[in-house]
Design a protein around this ligand. Structure first.
Ligand code: HEC
Ligand code: HEC
Length: 282
């Protein structure tokens, strides 16, 4: 009973003022003014032109949570207000790759996605999860679309499906930052949650009195739908930028807002896999 009541409280329609605030703070430059509708299935075909792929990529970058860390700020240079580099102008500034790394744009962008730690943009920490892994889980065709989108920011999209190299396989190399999903056991995830004091404020099931909302999958899914992003992207945003979007009657300024710097990519990945897994029952 108590569980049902708490759940109902958590899923009570959002406070419009806070939603509006969140949009202004962060998504104002691109969130559609219309109501969010579930994404239509997008098939990416080998026939699609780079320009068409770039349009799909623009949507993927939003839906898969890239803009939780990256920003699109015209005129801000590499550094914007985000936890990751500003995407605006990336194709122009990386046209010849990076010193000591890939020497052309496509090779550099591909490396940035598959192996973000291989070249760290100056001034940033190694917190980006590889894009073919959770939470973004970009498939090969989707990666092509995202590369075309990035190429369109200060350049011209030019790759077609089949042009990019494939992501490294799990067995070929294991990046230090992101453990394979199989290695993420429930104990690991709960240990990480404890280590970072998450469980002081969040209960793992409804009905316990804590200052933050309980981690209830159905409710998290609803929040993600209201926010117009995938569950994984919503979780990333809630953890890294907790002030941006809040549902229900919870204090806005309570959750620490520096988890983006504290958590490693591996820890973030483990938490997100755990919170979004159906086995993490209520
Ligand atoms: C948790 C935060 C985070 C998320 C989520 C994230 N990134 Fe990053 N990304 C970073 C940081 C920090 C850097 C700079 C450090 C580095 O080079 O790894 C970076 C670097 C990059 C670069 C190189 C930028 C440059 O100026 O050279 C690209 C391209 C990129 N990310 C694309 C993406 C895409 C596409 C996604 C979504 C699939 C994504 N990122 C998701 C944090 C993130
Ligand atoms: C000091 C208390 C506190 C700590 C510590 C804390 N949180 Fe939170 N968290 C909150 C509050 C309050 C909210 C609701 C308001 C908001 O979204 O900022 C929240 C919101 C969330 C949400 C969105 C929930 C929903 O139903 O939409 C997630 C996900 C989340 N926190 C994850 C975490 C994780 C993971 C950690 C640890 C790495 C953590 N929190 C640590 C207080 C806390």
């Amino acid at each position: 009973m108590a569980a049902t009541r708490t759940l109902r409280r958590v899923v009570t329609p959002v406070i419009p003022a806070l939603v509006v605030l969140g949009f202004f703070v962060w998504f104002s430059n691109w969130i559609p003014q219309t109501r969010w509708e579930p994404p239509r299935a997008r098939t990416i075909s080998a026939q699609m032109t780079p320009a068409d792929l770039a349009r799909v990529g623009a949507v993927l970058v939003r839906e898969r949570g890239c803009l939780t860390c990256h920003t699109l700020e015209p005129g801000a240079g590499v550094k914007g207000q985000g936890r990751g580099p500003n995407f605006v102008g990336i194709a122009a500034r990386r046209a010849t790759g990076v010193p000591g790394g890939p020497s052309d744009l496509v090779a550099y962008l591909t490396q940035s996605l598959y192996d973000p730690g291989a070249y760290l943009v100056e001034g940033y920490a190694n917190i980006m999860p590889a894009s073919h892994r959770p939470p973004a889980k970009l498939g090969y065709e989707e990666t092509t679309a995202v590369v075309d989108y990035l190429m369109s920011l200060g350049g011209t999209p030019a790759v077609k499906v089949g042009d990019l190299s494939r992501p490294p396989t799990e067995t070929a190399r294991v990046p230090s930052a992101a453990p394979a999903t199989a290695a993420t056991t429930v104990t690991d995830a709960t240990a990480i949650l404890e280590k970072h004091n998450c469980l002081g404020c969040h209960a793992l099931k409804a009905g316990e009195d804590r200052p933050g909302p309980p981690f209830v999958l159905a409710s998290l899914r609803e929040s993600a739908a209201l926010r117009g992003v995938s569950l994984d992207a919503y979780l990333i945003e809630s953890i890294i930028q907790p002030r941006v979007f809040v549902r229900g009657n919870f204090p806005l300024d309570l959750m620490p807002d520096d988890y983006g710097a504290q958590l490693t990519a591996g820890e973030l990945h483990a938490i997100i896999s755990y919170l979004s897994a159906p086995e993490h029952k209520q």
